[in-house]
Design a binder for this molecule. Sequence first.
Ligand SMILES: NC(=O)c1ccc[n+]([C@@H]2O[C@H](COP(=O)([O-])OP(=O)(O)OC[C@H]3O[C@@H](n4cnc5c(N)ncnc54)[C@H](OP(=O)(O)O)[C@@H]3O)[C@@H](O)[C@H]2O)c1
Length: 306
Amino acid sequence: MRAVVCTRYGPPEVLRLQELPTPTPRKNEVRIRVRATAVTSSDCYLRGLRLPPAYRIMARLTLGWNAPRRPVLGMVLSGEVDAVGSDVRSFEVGDRVFGFNRHRFGTYAQYVCWPGDGLLATRPVNLTDEEAAAIPYGGLLALHFLRKAGLRAGQRVLVFGASGAVGTSAVQLARHIGAEVTGVCSTANMALVASLGASTVVDYTTQDFADRNERYDLILDAVGKRKSATALRGCRQVLAPGGACISVDDGTPKLRREDLASLGVLATKGEIRPVIDRTYALDDIVDAHRYVDRGHKRGNVVVTLP
Ligand SMILES: NC(=O)c1ccc[n+]([C@@H]2O[C@H](COP(=O)([O-])OP(=O)(O)OC[C@H]3O[C@@H](n4cnc5c(N)ncnc54)[C@H](OP(=O)(O)O)[C@@H]3O)[C@@H](O)[C@H]2O)c1
């Protein structure tokens, strides 16, 4: 099969297209014919090992010292079940699925074997593989953090970084919960963020949201602490009594299989929609990583497989 291998930690050019043997599923695994995947910000952090020094040693010990021990990166997929291990009861050959696996990786390839009881669900029938691959990463992370913060209908939430993968999902899910959403993004993304359900959109290049004399029950930092630190320094001053500030970098998210299924239902009903910035072919994965490395993608960057 065709696959992209991460030959060492480093810039996008460390990714190489190779022929690898097609994997065979174990008893508890399904083999999925990958039709579409996504280049996520996590893929880029992992490829470049772009972590604070203290975490870098831990990551090398866990993931591999000079290169990832699991060399085929990619955490997100949409595709078709192609073979099923003898113990798997939840899927059959031919099922259309979408999913996420942040430990096994392997979706930058034509086939991947993942546990049948992992983060896999039936692909929404109304979505293409490209669209379905744009749902799990931002959707599951946003759902986790909104739940952790206990967001309720009627509350006022500010999403800082409303145009990224997590941000576009957070805006839509908060709106679905019934919250009043303010999105913060750059000028070019204002119309997109409004179209996703934000009643107010603040352009961080021309205005500091803290100067607007508004109060929020929740401020969700969907950019990440390294980049948002300065802008969010004074954010507690604009919290309503009992309000909270939470960052996508606060701890390791609990990602649940039932949440992926729920996201599928919401997408089927049109309550949430995938946001795709660019689509690349697998052969152009280096370009896709270069683009995501810039840190300003709108929603998701999707990769299609031959
Ligand atoms: N806790 C965990 O385990 C975990 C897992 C995955 C990800 N994360 C965190 O989640 C973050 C977001 O991931 P993502 O995939 O949604 O990222 P993304 O798609 O790359 O989006 C980032 C967004 O941030 C905005 N942005 C970039 N620089 C900014 C700045 N200086 N000030 C304000 N906004 C800025 C960009 O919007 P504009 O183009 O409009 O500026 C962009 O849309 C990651 O960077 C990571 O820190 C955490």
